[in-house]
Write a protein that binds this ligand. Structure first.
Ligand code: SF4
Ligand code: SF4
Length: 425
Protein backbone atom coordinates (compact mmCIF):
# COMPACT_ATOMS: atom_id res chain seq x y z
CA UNK A 1 0.00 0.00 0.00
CA UNK A 2 2.37 2.67 -1.24
CA UNK A 3 2.11 6.43 -0.87
CA UNK A 4 1.42 6.72 -4.59
CA UNK A 5 -1.88 4.88 -4.35
CA UNK A 6 -4.81 6.73 -5.81
CA UNK A 7 -7.23 4.22 -7.29
CA UNK A 8 -7.81 0.53 -7.72
CA UNK A 9 -8.97 0.96 -11.32
CA UNK A 10 -6.17 1.43 -13.82
CA UNK A 11 -5.66 1.49 -17.58
CA UNK A 12 -3.31 -0.85 -19.40
CA UNK A 13 -2.52 1.55 -22.21
CA UNK A 14 -1.03 -1.01 -24.56
CA UNK A 15 -4.36 -2.84 -24.67
CA UNK A 16 -6.49 0.24 -25.31
CA UNK A 17 -7.64 0.79 -28.91
CA UNK A 18 -9.43 4.05 -28.14
CA UNK A 19 -12.88 2.65 -28.98
CA UNK A 20 -14.58 5.08 -26.53
CA UNK A 21 -16.87 2.39 -25.04
CA UNK A 22 -15.70 3.23 -21.51
CA UNK A 23 -16.18 6.94 -22.12
CA UNK A 24 -19.92 6.43 -22.37
CA UNK A 25 -20.43 4.43 -19.19
CA UNK A 26 -18.28 6.40 -16.77
CA UNK A 27 -20.74 8.02 -14.34
CA UNK A 28 -18.45 10.87 -13.37
CA UNK A 29 -17.06 11.75 -16.81
CA UNK A 30 -13.65 10.66 -15.58
CA UNK A 31 -12.46 9.28 -18.91
CA UNK A 32 -11.14 11.01 -22.00
CA UNK A 33 -9.75 9.40 -25.13
CA UNK A 34 -6.77 11.34 -26.36
CA UNK A 35 -4.46 10.37 -29.20
CA UNK A 36 -6.17 7.01 -29.49
CA UNK A 37 -5.84 6.02 -25.83
CA UNK A 38 -8.18 6.29 -22.87
CA UNK A 39 -7.04 8.37 -19.90
CA UNK A 40 -8.57 8.39 -16.43
CA UNK A 41 -8.84 11.74 -14.63
CA UNK A 42 -7.92 10.52 -11.11
CA UNK A 43 -9.78 13.24 -9.15
CA UNK A 44 -13.03 12.23 -10.85
CA UNK A 45 -12.77 8.45 -10.65
CA UNK A 46 -14.92 6.77 -7.99
CA UNK A 47 -13.57 3.26 -8.74
CA UNK A 48 -17.01 1.96 -9.65
CA UNK A 49 -15.47 -0.47 -12.15
CA UNK A 50 -18.01 0.24 -14.91
CA UNK A 51 -15.15 0.76 -17.36
CA UNK A 52 -13.68 -2.64 -16.44
CA UNK A 53 -17.00 -4.33 -17.14
CA UNK A 54 -17.47 -2.71 -20.55
CA UNK A 55 -13.97 -2.68 -22.08
CA UNK A 56 -13.88 -5.25 -24.89
CA UNK A 57 -10.10 -5.38 -24.78
CA UNK A 58 -9.60 -5.80 -21.04
CA UNK A 59 -7.62 -2.58 -21.03
CA UNK A 60 -9.08 -1.54 -17.68
CA UNK A 61 -8.23 -3.60 -14.65
CA UNK A 62 -8.01 -3.46 -10.87
CA UNK A 63 -4.99 -3.26 -8.62
CA UNK A 64 -5.50 -5.62 -5.71
CA UNK A 65 -3.04 -7.24 -3.33
CA UNK A 66 -0.88 -10.26 -4.02
CA UNK A 67 -1.48 -13.39 -1.95
CA UNK A 68 2.14 -13.28 -0.81
CA UNK A 69 1.11 -10.36 1.43
CA UNK A 70 -0.26 -12.80 4.01
CA UNK A 71 3.33 -13.81 4.82
CA UNK A 72 3.90 -10.41 6.43
CA UNK A 73 1.66 -11.31 9.37
CA UNK A 74 1.94 -13.85 12.19
CA UNK A 75 -1.77 -14.63 12.09
CA UNK A 76 -4.08 -14.13 9.13
CA UNK A 77 -7.83 -13.88 8.78
CA UNK A 78 -9.73 -14.00 5.49
CA UNK A 79 -13.10 -12.31 5.20
CA UNK A 80 -14.72 -13.35 1.93
CA UNK A 81 -17.42 -11.08 0.57
CA UNK A 82 -20.83 -12.70 0.95
CA UNK A 83 -21.03 -12.64 -2.85
CA UNK A 84 -18.67 -15.62 -2.84
CA UNK A 85 -21.62 -17.88 -2.01
CA UNK A 86 -23.08 -17.12 -5.43
CA UNK A 87 -19.97 -18.08 -7.35
CA UNK A 88 -20.13 -21.87 -6.94
CA UNK A 89 -22.71 -24.49 -7.93
CA UNK A 90 -25.41 -24.98 -5.32
CA UNK A 91 -24.17 -28.47 -4.41
CA UNK A 92 -21.07 -26.89 -2.82
CA UNK A 93 -21.81 -26.00 0.77
CA UNK A 94 -20.82 -22.71 2.38
CA UNK A 95 -18.70 -24.70 4.81
CA UNK A 96 -16.85 -26.30 1.91
CA UNK A 97 -16.16 -22.91 0.30
CA UNK A 98 -14.91 -21.37 3.52
CA UNK A 99 -12.75 -24.36 4.27
CA UNK A 100 -11.21 -24.13 0.80
CA UNK A 101 -10.39 -20.46 1.42
CA UNK A 102 -8.74 -21.33 4.71
CA UNK A 103 -6.58 -23.93 2.99
CA UNK A 104 -5.10 -21.26 0.73
CA UNK A 105 -3.03 -20.28 3.73
CA UNK A 106 -5.14 -18.36 6.23
CA UNK A 107 -5.31 -19.20 9.93
CA UNK A 108 -8.97 -18.32 10.11
CA UNK A 109 -11.92 -17.44 7.89
CA UNK A 110 -14.59 -15.15 9.27
CA UNK A 111 -17.89 -14.58 7.54
CA UNK A 112 -18.89 -11.01 6.79
CA UNK A 113 -22.29 -11.82 8.27
CA UNK A 114 -21.07 -10.71 11.70
CA UNK A 115 -20.90 -7.07 10.58
CA UNK A 116 -24.00 -7.36 8.40
CA UNK A 117 -26.08 -8.57 11.37
CA UNK A 118 -24.85 -5.70 13.56
CA UNK A 119 -25.46 -3.15 10.79
CA UNK A 120 -29.00 -4.39 10.27
CA UNK A 121 -29.78 -3.94 13.94
CA UNK A 122 -28.18 -0.49 14.12
CA UNK A 123 -29.98 0.77 11.02
CA UNK A 124 -33.26 -0.39 12.56
CA UNK A 125 -32.41 1.69 15.65
CA UNK A 126 -31.50 4.60 13.41
CA UNK A 127 -34.86 4.45 11.68
CA UNK A 128 -36.65 4.68 15.02
CA UNK A 129 -35.21 8.21 15.34
CA UNK A 130 -35.98 9.20 11.76
CA UNK A 131 -37.93 12.32 12.78
CA UNK A 132 -34.58 13.89 13.82
CA UNK A 133 -32.82 12.85 10.62
CA UNK A 134 -32.36 14.13 7.08
CA UNK A 135 -34.64 11.88 5.06
CA UNK A 136 -34.28 9.76 3.11
CA UNK A 137 -31.42 8.07 4.92
CA UNK A 138 -28.81 6.64 2.55
CA UNK A 139 -26.84 3.47 3.28
CA UNK A 140 -23.11 3.88 3.84
CA UNK A 141 -22.15 0.45 2.60
CA UNK A 142 -21.36 1.11 -1.07
CA UNK A 143 -18.07 3.03 -1.28
CA UNK A 144 -18.58 4.00 -4.93
CA UNK A 145 -21.89 5.64 -4.00
CA UNK A 146 -20.27 7.50 -1.09
CA UNK A 147 -17.58 8.85 -3.42
CA UNK A 148 -20.25 9.79 -5.93
CA UNK A 149 -22.15 11.70 -3.25
CA UNK A 150 -18.98 13.52 -2.19
CA UNK A 151 -18.42 14.61 -5.76
CA UNK A 152 -21.81 15.14 -7.33
CA UNK A 153 -24.28 15.40 -4.44
CA UNK A 154 -22.41 17.04 -1.52
CA UNK A 155 -25.68 18.39 -0.08
CA UNK A 156 -26.71 14.79 0.59
CA UNK A 157 -23.73 13.96 2.81
CA UNK A 158 -25.84 14.51 5.98
CA UNK A 159 -28.27 11.82 4.72
CA UNK A 160 -25.59 9.12 4.84
CA UNK A 161 -26.07 6.76 7.78
CA UNK A 162 -22.95 7.08 9.94
CA UNK A 163 -22.54 3.38 10.67
CA UNK A 164 -19.34 1.66 9.59
CA UNK A 165 -19.63 -0.87 6.79
CA UNK A 166 -20.27 -4.52 7.71
CA UNK A 167 -16.75 -5.33 6.48
CA UNK A 168 -15.10 -2.86 8.87
CA UNK A 169 -17.25 -4.08 11.76
CA UNK A 170 -16.44 -7.73 11.02
CA UNK A 171 -12.73 -6.98 10.62
CA UNK A 172 -12.57 -5.04 13.90
CA UNK A 173 -14.32 -7.77 15.87
CA UNK A 174 -12.36 -10.61 14.21
CA UNK A 175 -9.03 -8.92 14.89
CA UNK A 176 -9.80 -8.19 18.53
CA UNK A 177 -11.12 -11.69 19.20
CA UNK A 178 -8.13 -13.34 17.53
CA UNK A 179 -5.77 -11.11 19.50
CA UNK A 180 -7.39 -12.10 22.79
CA UNK A 181 -7.81 -15.79 21.95
CA UNK A 182 -4.38 -16.36 20.36
CA UNK A 183 -2.55 -13.87 22.57
CA UNK A 184 -1.11 -12.05 19.55
CA UNK A 185 -0.64 -8.30 19.17
CA UNK A 186 -3.26 -6.63 16.97
CA UNK A 187 -0.53 -5.35 14.61
CA UNK A 188 0.64 -8.92 13.99
CA UNK A 189 -2.79 -9.96 12.75
CA UNK A 190 -3.58 -9.42 9.07
CA UNK A 191 -7.19 -9.24 7.91
CA UNK A 192 -7.81 -9.70 4.19
CA UNK A 193 -10.97 -9.17 2.22
CA UNK A 194 -11.81 -11.28 -0.81
CA UNK A 195 -13.44 -8.61 -2.87
CA UNK A 196 -15.89 -8.47 -5.76
CA UNK A 197 -15.54 -4.68 -5.75
CA UNK A 198 -12.91 -2.22 -6.95
CA UNK A 199 -14.30 0.65 -4.89
CA UNK A 200 -13.93 -1.49 -1.75
CA UNK A 201 -10.19 -1.85 -2.47
CA UNK A 202 -9.87 1.92 -2.51
CA UNK A 203 -12.00 2.27 0.62
CA UNK A 204 -9.58 -0.03 2.46
CA UNK A 205 -6.55 1.94 1.33
CA UNK A 206 -8.11 5.40 1.49
CA UNK A 207 -11.06 5.07 3.89
CA UNK A 208 -13.83 7.64 4.11
CA UNK A 209 -15.44 8.39 7.47
CA UNK A 210 -12.83 6.49 9.48
CA UNK A 211 -9.14 7.28 9.94
CA UNK A 212 -7.82 3.79 9.22
CA UNK A 213 -9.29 0.58 7.92
CA UNK A 214 -9.17 -2.56 10.04
CA UNK A 215 -8.61 -4.50 6.84
CA UNK A 216 -4.98 -4.92 5.78
CA UNK A 217 -5.43 -5.95 2.18
CA UNK A 218 -7.83 -7.08 -0.51
CA UNK A 219 -7.61 -10.00 -2.92
CA UNK A 220 -9.59 -9.95 -6.12
CA UNK A 221 -12.29 -12.62 -6.09
CA UNK A 222 -11.59 -13.27 -9.76
CA UNK A 223 -7.88 -13.82 -9.14
CA UNK A 224 -8.28 -16.01 -6.08
CA UNK A 225 -11.15 -18.09 -7.47
CA UNK A 226 -8.93 -20.76 -9.06
CA UNK A 227 -7.12 -21.29 -5.75
CA UNK A 228 -10.43 -21.74 -3.94
CA UNK A 229 -11.66 -24.24 -6.55
CA UNK A 230 -8.43 -26.26 -6.21
CA UNK A 231 -9.00 -26.54 -2.46
CA UNK A 232 -12.68 -27.50 -2.53
CA UNK A 233 -13.62 -30.94 -1.36
CA UNK A 234 -14.14 -31.19 2.35
CA UNK A 235 -15.72 -29.46 5.25
CA UNK A 236 -14.01 -30.31 8.48
CA UNK A 237 -14.64 -27.27 10.60
CA UNK A 238 -17.70 -27.04 12.76
CA UNK A 239 -17.60 -23.27 13.21
CA UNK A 240 -17.94 -22.46 9.51
CA UNK A 241 -21.10 -21.59 7.64
CA UNK A 242 -22.85 -19.61 10.36
CA UNK A 243 -24.61 -17.08 8.14
CA UNK A 244 -28.07 -15.91 9.03
CA UNK A 245 -30.90 -15.44 6.59
CA UNK A 246 -30.91 -11.63 6.83
CA UNK A 247 -27.18 -11.19 6.49
CA UNK A 248 -27.08 -13.32 3.35
CA UNK A 249 -29.46 -10.89 1.66
CA UNK A 250 -26.95 -8.08 2.11
CA UNK A 251 -25.00 -8.39 -1.20
CA UNK A 252 -28.16 -8.52 -3.30
CA UNK A 253 -29.92 -5.34 -4.44
CA UNK A 254 -32.84 -4.74 -2.11
CA UNK A 255 -31.38 -7.19 0.40
CA UNK A 256 -30.59 -4.59 3.04
CA UNK A 257 -34.12 -3.23 3.00
CA UNK A 258 -35.49 -6.81 3.06
CA UNK A 259 -33.29 -7.62 6.06
CA UNK A 260 -34.52 -4.47 7.81
CA UNK A 261 -38.11 -5.56 7.27
CA UNK A 262 -39.21 -2.03 6.30
CA UNK A 263 -41.68 -0.89 3.67
CA UNK A 264 -40.99 2.76 3.04
CA UNK A 265 -37.74 2.40 1.12
CA UNK A 266 -36.22 2.46 -2.35
CA UNK A 267 -33.63 -0.08 -3.43
CA UNK A 268 -31.69 1.36 -6.35
CA UNK A 269 -28.97 -0.53 -8.16
CA UNK A 270 -26.75 0.42 -11.08
CA UNK A 271 -24.75 3.62 -10.83
CA UNK A 272 -26.69 5.51 -13.50
CA UNK A 273 -30.02 4.77 -11.80
CA UNK A 274 -28.45 5.74 -8.47
CA UNK A 275 -27.56 9.12 -10.03
CA UNK A 276 -31.11 9.57 -11.33
CA UNK A 277 -32.60 8.86 -7.89
CA UNK A 278 -30.07 11.02 -6.02
CA UNK A 279 -30.93 13.88 -8.37
CA UNK A 280 -34.53 13.55 -7.20
CA UNK A 281 -33.44 13.43 -3.56
CA UNK A 282 -31.39 16.58 -4.15
CA UNK A 283 -34.48 18.31 -5.48
CA UNK A 284 -36.36 17.36 -2.30
CA UNK A 285 -38.75 15.06 -4.15
CA UNK A 286 -38.20 11.98 -1.98
CA UNK A 287 -38.42 13.33 1.55
CA UNK A 288 -41.33 10.97 2.24
CA UNK A 289 -39.05 7.95 1.78
CA UNK A 290 -37.29 6.66 4.93
CA UNK A 291 -34.38 4.77 3.47
CA UNK A 292 -32.63 4.46 0.14
CA UNK A 293 -30.41 1.48 -0.41
CA UNK A 294 -28.02 2.44 -3.18
CA UNK A 295 -25.72 -0.06 -4.90
CA UNK A 296 -23.39 1.15 -7.64
CA UNK A 297 -23.43 -2.23 -9.34
CA UNK A 298 -26.46 -3.65 -11.11
CA UNK A 299 -27.96 -6.40 -8.98
CA UNK A 300 -26.00 -5.23 -5.90
CA UNK A 301 -22.53 -6.43 -4.89
CA UNK A 302 -23.19 -9.68 -6.80
CA UNK A 303 -22.79 -7.52 -9.92
CA UNK A 304 -19.34 -6.25 -8.89
CA UNK A 305 -16.54 -5.95 -11.45
CA UNK A 306 -14.41 -8.71 -9.85
CA UNK A 307 -16.98 -11.51 -9.61
CA UNK A 308 -16.93 -14.69 -11.68
CA UNK A 309 -20.59 -15.50 -12.06
CA UNK A 310 -23.27 -13.32 -13.61
CA UNK A 311 -25.32 -11.50 -11.02
CA UNK A 312 -28.61 -13.28 -11.77
CA UNK A 313 -27.18 -16.73 -11.19
CA UNK A 314 -25.27 -15.55 -8.12
CA UNK A 315 -28.41 -14.01 -6.66
CA UNK A 316 -30.39 -17.18 -7.24
CA UNK A 317 -27.75 -19.32 -5.51
CA UNK A 318 -27.44 -16.99 -2.53
CA UNK A 319 -31.22 -16.92 -2.11
CA UNK A 320 -31.23 -20.73 -2.07
CA UNK A 321 -28.69 -20.74 0.78
CA UNK A 322 -30.58 -17.97 2.58
CA UNK A 323 -33.83 -19.92 2.52
CA UNK A 324 -32.15 -22.71 4.45
CA UNK A 325 -30.67 -20.39 7.08
CA UNK A 326 -32.15 -19.48 10.43
CA UNK A 327 -33.40 -15.98 11.14
CA UNK A 328 -31.12 -13.83 13.25
CA UNK A 329 -31.81 -14.01 16.96
CA UNK A 330 -29.75 -11.84 19.26
CA UNK A 331 -30.21 -11.57 22.99
CA UNK A 332 -31.19 -8.23 24.51
CA UNK A 333 -27.66 -8.00 25.96
CA UNK A 334 -26.10 -8.51 22.53
CA UNK A 335 -28.33 -5.87 20.95
CA UNK A 336 -27.47 -3.44 23.74
CA UNK A 337 -23.78 -4.10 23.21
CA UNK A 338 -24.10 -3.21 19.48
CA UNK A 339 -25.70 0.11 20.40
CA UNK A 340 -23.01 0.79 22.99
CA UNK A 341 -20.30 0.05 20.43
CA UNK A 342 -21.93 2.52 18.06
CA UNK A 343 -22.46 5.19 20.70
CA UNK A 344 -18.87 4.95 21.88
CA UNK A 345 -17.71 5.59 18.30
CA UNK A 346 -16.24 2.12 17.81
CA UNK A 347 -18.32 1.22 14.79
CA UNK A 348 -19.38 4.68 13.75
CA UNK A 349 -18.10 6.95 10.98
CA UNK A 350 -16.31 9.38 13.26
CA UNK A 351 -14.48 11.37 10.56
CA UNK A 352 -16.34 13.99 8.57
CA UNK A 353 -17.22 12.99 5.01
CA UNK A 354 -15.95 15.95 3.01
CA UNK A 355 -17.41 17.21 -0.27
CA UNK A 356 -15.10 17.13 -3.29
CA UNK A 357 -15.43 19.99 -5.73
CA UNK A 358 -13.90 18.36 -8.80
CA UNK A 359 -16.78 19.25 -11.09
CA UNK A 360 -16.23 23.03 -10.89
CA UNK A 361 -14.35 24.87 -13.62
CA UNK A 362 -12.32 27.04 -11.25
CA UNK A 363 -11.84 27.31 -7.50
CA UNK A 364 -12.45 31.06 -7.77
CA UNK A 365 -16.22 31.54 -7.98
CA UNK A 366 -16.02 34.61 -10.26
CA UNK A 367 -13.64 32.88 -12.68
CA UNK A 368 -15.81 29.79 -12.52
CA UNK A 369 -18.86 31.80 -13.64
CA UNK A 370 -16.86 33.42 -16.45
CA UNK A 371 -15.69 30.01 -17.61
CA UNK A 372 -19.22 28.67 -17.44
CA UNK A 373 -20.35 31.46 -19.79
CA UNK A 374 -17.55 30.52 -22.17
CA UNK A 375 -18.61 26.87 -22.02
CA UNK A 376 -22.16 27.90 -22.93
CA UNK A 377 -20.86 29.91 -25.89
CA UNK A 378 -18.74 27.02 -27.19
CA UNK A 379 -21.61 24.60 -26.62
CA UNK A 380 -23.77 26.63 -28.99
CA UNK A 381 -21.31 25.88 -31.78
CA UNK A 382 -21.32 22.12 -31.13
CA UNK A 383 -23.88 19.68 -32.56
CA UNK A 384 -25.12 18.42 -29.16
CA UNK A 385 -25.03 14.78 -30.25
CA UNK A 386 -22.81 13.63 -27.36
CA UNK A 387 -21.25 11.13 -29.77
CA UNK A 388 -17.90 10.92 -27.98
CA UNK A 389 -15.89 10.95 -31.22
CA UNK A 390 -13.90 13.96 -29.97
CA UNK A 391 -12.75 11.84 -27.01
CA UNK A 392 -14.85 13.69 -24.42
CA UNK A 393 -17.99 11.97 -23.13
CA UNK A 394 -20.44 14.75 -24.07
CA UNK A 395 -20.42 17.99 -26.05
CA UNK A 396 -20.58 19.87 -22.72
CA UNK A 397 -17.57 17.97 -21.39
CA UNK A 398 -15.76 18.77 -24.66
CA UNK A 399 -16.55 22.47 -24.25
CA UNK A 400 -15.38 22.33 -20.62
CA UNK A 401 -12.18 20.60 -21.66
CA UNK A 402 -11.51 23.37 -24.19
CA UNK A 403 -12.12 26.07 -21.56
CA UNK A 404 -9.84 24.27 -19.13
CA UNK A 405 -7.20 24.09 -21.88
CA UNK A 406 -7.15 20.30 -21.70
CA UNK A 407 -8.39 19.45 -25.14
CA UNK A 408 -6.62 21.72 -27.61
CA UNK A 409 -5.84 19.07 -30.21
CA UNK A 410 -9.23 17.35 -30.28
CA UNK A 411 -11.72 18.41 -32.95
CA UNK A 412 -15.43 17.96 -33.40
CA UNK A 413 -15.69 15.82 -36.52
CA UNK A 414 -19.45 16.26 -36.79
CA UNK A 415 -19.05 20.02 -36.70
CA UNK A 416 -16.71 19.91 -39.66
CA UNK A 417 -19.25 18.01 -41.73
CA UNK A 418 -21.50 20.08 -43.96
CA UNK A 419 -25.08 20.75 -43.06
CA UNK A 420 -25.25 19.72 -39.40
CA UNK A 421 -27.88 21.38 -37.29
CA UNK A 422 -26.97 22.52 -33.80
CA UNK A 423 -29.65 21.20 -31.46
CA UNK A 424 -28.44 23.47 -28.64
CA UNK A 425 -29.41 26.62 -30.52
S1 SF4 B 1 -13.30 0.62 -23.67
FE1 SF4 B 1 -11.96 2.34 -23.09
S2 SF4 B 1 -10.08 1.36 -22.28
FE2 SF4 B 1 -11.21 -0.23 -23.42
S3 SF4 B 1 -10.30 -0.16 -25.48
FE3 SF4 B 1 -12.13 1.15 -25.53
S4 SF4 B 1 -11.29 3.24 -25.07
FE4 SF4 B 1 -9.70 1.76 -24.47
S1 SF4 C 1 -13.87 3.17 -12.37
FE1 SF4 C 1 -15.85 4.18 -12.73
S2 SF4 C 1 -15.47 6.34 -12.25
FE2 SF4 C 1 -13.45 5.38 -12.51
S3 SF4 C 1 -12.93 5.73 -14.67
FE3 SF4 C 1 -13.92 3.69 -14.55
S4 SF4 C 1 -16.11 4.10 -14.99
FE4 SF4 C 1 -15.15 6.08 -14.47
Amino acid sequence: MGEEYKHSVILKEDRCIGCTSCLKVCPTEAIRVREGKAKIIPERCIDCGECIKICPNHAKSAITDDLSMIKKFKYTIAIPSLTIYGQFPSNISICEMLNAIKKIGFDEVVEDTVGADISIHLIKEYLLKKSDMNLPLINSSCPAVIRLIQMRFPDLIPNIIDIETPLEITARIAKKEASRRENIKIEDIGVFFITPCTARVTSIRKPIGISKSYVDGAFSMKEIYGEIVRNLGDCNSSNMGTSTKESLYWPIAGGQAAALGIENYLAVDGIHDVIRVLEEVELGKLEDVDFIECSACSGGCVGGPLVIQNSFIAKNRIMKYARKMKETKHTIEELDSFIKMYESGLIRLTEKIEPKSVMTLDKDIVKSIQKMELVTEILKSLPGLDCGVCGSPTCRAFAEDIVKGENCKAVCIVKTMNGFKNKNK
